[in-house]
Design a protein around this ligand. Structure first.
Ligand SMILES: Cc1nc2c(=O)[nH]c(=O)nc-2n(C[C@H](O)[C@H](O)[C@H](O)CO)c1C
Length: 162
């Protein structure tokens, strides 16, 4: 039984956790989802560690929203370093879904981007656990989560448009 953790924050201005869970449940009703919401991105590393150790998750999707200020960007850097540490400690993936508030032109696009990135990475997490070889077919295809894929460089060999 695949157990996928979803860690998210109250700081974020969009409910990415809900998008992740909805996408996972649409994909495979057999997945067990464990959700844990904390105040902000710097609380995500320990939230993920608890999802691994206390709730037995195989993989965790960590959703956060760095604000636009320099101090927010620094906080995002610190959070990412913490998430990397937890991955190396546990030997398990944390798929980091960070949407920076200033990536989007306006609130409407911020909502759309948050939902899309959360859903696309939810599927990445699912595939990584279900079949670690699944993503190889997309290697080098310039895939992006949220905004449009940028595609492979011109003239690259093979390639698979999903
Ligand atoms: C400066 C700052 N920026 C952000 C941010 O951009 N995004 C976010 O989710 N949380 C931020 N926080 C709060 C910290 O992540 C954390 O929640 C608090 O320091 C409490 O541990 C802080 C303190």
């Amino acid at each position: 039984m695949i157990r996928i953790g979803v860690a998210d924050t109250t700081f974020a201005r969009y409910d990415m956790g809900r998008s992740v869970i909805d996408e996972l449940q649409k994909t495979d009703t057999g997945i067990v989802v464990e959700r844990y919401t904390v105040p902000g991105i710097k609380d995500l590393p320990v939230a993920c560690l608890k999802l691994f150790r206390e709730r037995g998750c195989d993989i965790v999707v960590a959703c956060g929203m760095p604000g636009p200020k320099p101090v927010d960007k620094i906080s995002a850097q610190i959070a990412s370093t913490g998430l990397m540490q937890v991955q190396l400690m546990t030997g398990k993936h944390i798929i980091e879904v960070f949407v920076h508030e200033d990536e989007a032109r306006d609130s409407k696009e911020l909502a759309w981007l948050s939902d899309r990135r959360a859903r696309e990475h939810a599927l990445n997490a699912y595939h990584l656990v279900r079949d670690p070889a699944y993503l190889t077919r997309f290697a080098g295809q310039g895939l992006r989560q949220g905004f449009e894929d940028v595609g492979p460089v011109e003239g690259s060999v093979g390639g698979y448009r999903h």
